[in-house]
Each structure stands twice: as structure tokens, then as C-alpha cells.
Design a protein around this ligand. Sequence first.
Ligand code: FE2
Length: 291
Amino acid sequence: MRWGDLEDGPVWRAWRDRKTAEAPSGLGDLVVEMADLAAPTDAEVAAIRALARRCNMAVVAERPHGRPEAEDKAALVALGRRLGVTSLDRNLLADDDGVTPLAVHKGGTRARYIPYTDRPIAWHTDGYYNPPERTVRALLLYCARPAASGGENRLMDHEMLYLRLRDEDPGHIAALMRPDAMTIPGNDEDGFDRQDTVGPVFAEDKDGSLLVRYTARARNVAWSPDPAVQAAAAAIQRILNAGGADVFTGRLTTGMGLVSNNVLHTRERFVDDEANPRLLYRARFHDRILG
Ligand SMILES: [Fe+2]
């Protein structure tokens, strides 16, 4: 499949038929039970890879275990390694080991960034502001402690978004593959030294996979004024917000995680139990989970 070839031919139709036939029918189809995140069995790895091929994501659910909480981060990295992703994206707010603990911060630098609050986060892919050499291809999350309520994620496979957009108008895809489709303003605060990044929403990766970068947060993005890009951006919003069978909603609870090729996702608002606040670990990788 050549993502930029928009001819309505047999390659596209075969891919489209397979993609829709294999699409999960609900969140339950995505779940892979695991005995130990840090030491996946061959069968568990095969199940995760099969889901990565079908829809770019899996929800792992670890059975109760005796691992101390301090080893959760290493377990998440070990799972990534077994899935062939090793190149951690070390952003400034991650811990030294490259894994970011996501919890509400009441003060300090982290508190100024929305992941470290209890507020909802609109549709996005992780690292959409990164330069091309630091493209985030895989995103792994692990829930050590859920919120008292809320904190669900909505999830959508970016290949399915591509399919729906192309069904509506192949011109949307052409517009979203333009190298000037979206500009992410730089950030020079808090020790960041990030220039504006200009690039497409959809791109074909060096291995032929479909790459996506996106944010629905209007203040974090400047769309090309081109009418075709404007129309395509509006179509994305409409499709994501419509929900429906292509959007999966799940709430990670203790021992559950998301394994994904950086699919589109949200995080809903949550309320913490102050004595036992929500804690998720997040690992971003420059490589992709192969199916
Ligand atoms: Fe995210």
C-alpha cells in the first residue's frame, strides 16, 4: 500500500477490504492477558503483534503479581524490548530512565503541562511537536494506580482514520500529506529549545508504514490556510468526535496498559483519591511495533 497513491484501484480496495474485515468490534477484542509484563510469553507477544498488525494497538491486562511498584517502569521497558522497540524518546520531563510518570503535579515545571493535571486532553498523537528525527512511532502506557473516577482514553487506529477520510474525499489525504499542512509553534520556555515544526499529518515512513501526527488543541497548531487542508482538518475533527464503532473507549486500571503504534487518543478528565492518586507510566519510542 502506497499511502500517497490515491487511485481507486485494486491495491487500495484489497487493503480497504482487509482493514474493515479485521477491524476489532470493541475494546474487548484488544485485550491480551499477561502473567508478567516484564517477561512476556511467546503466545502473549504473538497476540500483541497480531493486534498491532490489525489495528496498531492492544490493551494488556496483567494478572495479580508480586512485583514491587518500583519495578513497574523497568517492566514496561522490558515489554517494549520484547516487542522490538528500544529507542526511547527522552523528553525533558521524563525521568532519567526515559519513562515518564504521569500524575497530577501541583507545582513546578510539570504542573504547567496538561499531562500532569487532571484536565481532559483532546485528540492527539504523542510527540506531534517532535522534529522528524525524533518521530514517536510507539507509545506504551502502564497503569500503576487509576483515578478514583474518570481518566478514560478514547482510541482510534490512524489507519482507520485514513480510510474514513479517503472514503469521504481522497482530496483530504492529498491535503493532509502536504509537507506544509500543519505547523506546531515552538516552545522556548521551561528549558525547552524547540523550533517550529512544519510537516504533514499523514506520511509514508521509510519502512512503508503510515505515520501520523496530530493535535486537536487549536492553540498548539497552525493549519495551512489552503482550503483543502482546512476542509481535511475539519473532517478529522468531525470523524474523531463522532465516535462510533471505530473509536474505542477504555479505562486502564491497575495492571493494565496500552501498547500502540502511537494511535490517536484522548484522555478524559479525572478525579483523584488524594491518598492514592492516579499514576501511569508512559514510554515513547522512535521505533515501531511490527506486526
Ligand atoms: Fe498522549
